[in-house]
Design a protein around this ligand. Structure first.
Ligand SMILES: [Zn+2]
Ligand SMILES: [Zn+2]
Length: 403
């Protein structure tokens, strides 16, 4: 076991490196803020970020998994050892630019990676900065982490960290897995007054499926944060024609992975039952896109301590890891493959909405940029800590395997 003083010494190198690189990191944040690009089209951000990493001796593989704006940048220590990673996002939103603050996610990931690389000179292992485009789902690289996770990219990585701008400081929040059930009902048109007996009403089947799905809520598992939201997108053309086609689109979310799959099945069953009752055909497709976040307590505690030690008012990790999840992210899919943890940095006052101009503007205020620097240090310190404290990665792995 490594002496604590050695760990402190290495963390000090990380912090000094982040301070020294601050102008470069601020420049990345500002450049992205001023040049917001939608997912799968983040070419300027991609050029900017990969150039900085190359300038700092990272080996950068570009366009991985046929996604032109995805990359993996690696820096090897003295010899083979664990692989630890920080995730970088850089896509913006239509209308509100960097209203999700991914400009700061990009700057922090680059800074944390570089700082860790400067601290690991004599250590075994490898630091990766992974460029994961289109987190907001836009374009062919939408939800790129899902694509990468499904191809096994994260399987040989030992620990992953990242941060997200927010209105408070916290580590290890949960997220909701999300899937979709799409139902197309097909019946027979007929004159609604003259020959109703010759029709088969697709809208009635859709309505029945809609109501049956609502009724599932009564049986919802109470601690699994189930959310079902649906719309009828097609329901007939004229009121004097019995509709032969109706389409329903449901989103289903839960913080519990197997339960989400169970509920997707049950919603689909409502469609099948309704079709059977109304004597129409139904085509049902269901798919799960974002997995829920698998919280890894050993990593949460390590990252949390690295925020706490910098004096920021970070929320007690026991609270943040059990708080009700509200949103979904493709980071969930990474967390289902390898020990991972996220964190939130306070860049704007409480009450500032996500996906807003206000949040975008906050990202380049002094408060926003200073918060990014604190977050970058916390991520960088946790990266090196995973490399020099083998027991941390061991605990993280054991926790991952048993939960
Ligand atoms: Zn967002
Ligand atoms: Zn975001």
């Amino acid at each position: 076991m490594i002496a604590l003083s050695k760990l402190d010494e290495i963390k000090k190198i990380v912090k000094e490196s982040v301070d020294e690189k601050k102008p470069i990191l601020v420049d990345i944040a500002r450049y992205l803020y001023e040049n917001p690009e939608l997912g799968s089209e983040e070419f300027k951000a991609f050029e900017k970020i990969t150039k900085v990493l190359e300038d700092h001796d990272f080996k950068v593989e570009k366009g991985i998994f046929d996604m032109p704006t995805a990359f993996v940048a690696s820096y090897r220590g003295k010899s083979d050892g664990p692989k630890v990673a920080v995730l970088c996002e850089y896509d913006a939103l239509p209308g509100v630019g960097h209203g999700c603050g991914h400009d700061l996610i990009a700057a922090s990931a680059v800074g944390a990676g570089i700082a860790a690389s400067q601290a690991i000179g004599e250590l075994a292992g490898e630091v990766l900065v992974i460029g994961t485009p289109a987190e907001e789902g836009h374009g062919p690289s939408g939800g790129s982490k899902v694509i990468m996770a499904n191809k096994g990219f994260f399987d040989d990585i030992d620990g992953v960290v990242m941060l997200h701008p927010a209105t408070g400081w916290s580590v290890g929040g949960q997220s909701l897995g999300v899937g979709k059930v799409h139902m197309t009902f097909k019946g027979q048109t007929s004159h609604a007054a003259a020959s109703p007996h010759m029709g088969r009403n697709a809208l009635n089947a859709a309505t029945l499926a809609y109501m049956a799905t609502h009724m599932l809520r009564q049986e919802a598992k109470r601690d699994a944060n189930l959310v079902i939201h649906g719309i009828i997108t097609e329901g007939g053309l004229a009121n004097n024609i019995i509709p032969d086609r109706a389409v329903l689109d449901f989103g289903v979310r839960s913080s519990e992975e197997p339960y989400l799959e169970e509920m997707l099945e049950k919603v689909a069953r409502c469609g099948e039952g309704a079709a059977h009752a109304m004597g129409v055909e139904v085509e049902i497709t269901k798919n799960k896109f974002y997995a829920s976040m698998k919280v890894n307590i050993p990593l949460v505690k390590a990252l949390w301590q690295n925020y706490k030690d910098q004096g920021v008012p970070v929320r007690d990790w026991k609270e943040s890891t059990t708080a009700m999840p509200r949103a979904s992210t493709d980071y969930g899919n990474v967390s289902q493959k390898t020990p991972s943890t996220g964190s939130s940095i306070a860049i704007a006052p409480p009450g500032t909405p996500g996906h807003s101009i206000q949040l975008a503007e906050a990202s380049i205020t002094k408060k926003g940029l200073d918060a990014m620097i604190v977050g970058t240090k916390a991520l960088g310190m946790t990266l090196v800590e995973m490399l020099i404290r083998p027991e941390l990665l061991k605990e993280a792995k054991e926790y991952f395997d048993s939960n």
